[in-house]
Design a protein around this ligand. Structure first.
Ligand code: SF4
Length: 265
């Protein structure tokens, strides 16, 4: 077993690891064992900068002015995309949605991200969700939680924990794109219950594209054993060095396809 594979075999698991492994084991192998540099994508920097700006806004007790929040988005987005352009100056290698040219995509997402940050501030001022606070004052924002599920150590960053009228908390994930993972909400529900001892009945997504919440997802009946089984299967597969390739439609969005011998466009 190579040193890097041994390191990956020991890693704490996460939803993104599991979903990547289940979709295509070879992609997991290229990214995490072979450490292939992924092709950059402006959408990923848009998501990171949006999360940072909203986190700062929420941690300020919603006191930051909308202009400050949009500037925070701009600063981080510009810094991230500038660094990524230095690392990969050939913009034709950048990933974009559809056929949009990378330069236009980078510029458009800057404008869009600012609009989305402003829309979040307006939404939060209007709806005023109450965010859970721990007895020590720690706010339920971007919480890093780690627990054991199915005998596997699993970690996750929970974007927000609003309090329900019943006193339970809701698991909320902020999305700048359209992809939603119910499994992520279910796993985070288990993380919150086990790590914080809180009751979780529902989860949802704040959809930045719409500036509103999705329909709530029922998390009260989530079988922890089922989630644990998936993590255990994935963990065993990695430890056994099993990384089967699963070529398909998703190869179009694979950021390591340039190093994949199974890829055909
Ligand atoms: S291009 Fe397709 S088959 Fe190759 S690693 Fe990516 S997802 Fe897997």
């Amino acid at each position: 077993m190579s040193e890097q594979l041994a390191k990956v075999a020991r890693m704490t698991r996460s939803v993104s690891q599991l979903e990547q492994y289940e979709q295509c084991g070879h992609q997991y192998y290229l990214r995490r064992v072979q450490r292939v540099t992924p092709r950059p994508a402006a959408w990923s920097h848009q998501g990171t900068a949006f999360h940072s700006a909203i986190e700062a806004y929420e941690r300020s007790g919603r006191q930051l002015a909308v202009g400050v929040v949009t500037e925070m988005f701009s600063d981080e987005y510009t810094s991230l995309t500038t660094r990524a352009m230095r690392e990969e100056p050939r913009l034709d290698r950048w990933m974009t949605a559809g056929r949009k040219a990378p330069v236009a995509d980078i510029e458009d997402r800057h404008t869009l991200g600012r609009e989305q940050a402003a829309a979040y501030v307006a939404w939060a001022q209007d709806k005023g969700p109450s965010i859970w606070k721990a007895p020590d004052g720690k706010l339920g924002i971007e919480l890093h939680l780690t627990v054991e599920i199915g005998g596997v150590t699993v970690q996750g960053y929970v974007d927000q924990l609003p309090v329900e009228p019943t006193g339970s908390v809701r698991v909320r994930d902020l999305k700048t794109g359209s992809m939603k993972s119910k499994f992520q909400l279910q796993t985070y529900g288990v993380l919150v219950r086990k790590a914080l001892g809180l009751e979780v009945e529902r989860g949802d997504w704040y959809m930045a594209k719409k500036g509103s919440l999705s329909r709530p997802v029922d998390l009260a009946q989530v079988p922890e054993e089922e989630i644990g089984r998936r993590f255990a299967d994935m963990d065993q597969g990695v430890k056994a060095g099993r990384f089967p390739a699963s070529p398909g439609f998703h190869c179009r969005f694979c950021d390591v396809s340039h190093s994949c011998s199974f890829f055909s466009s």
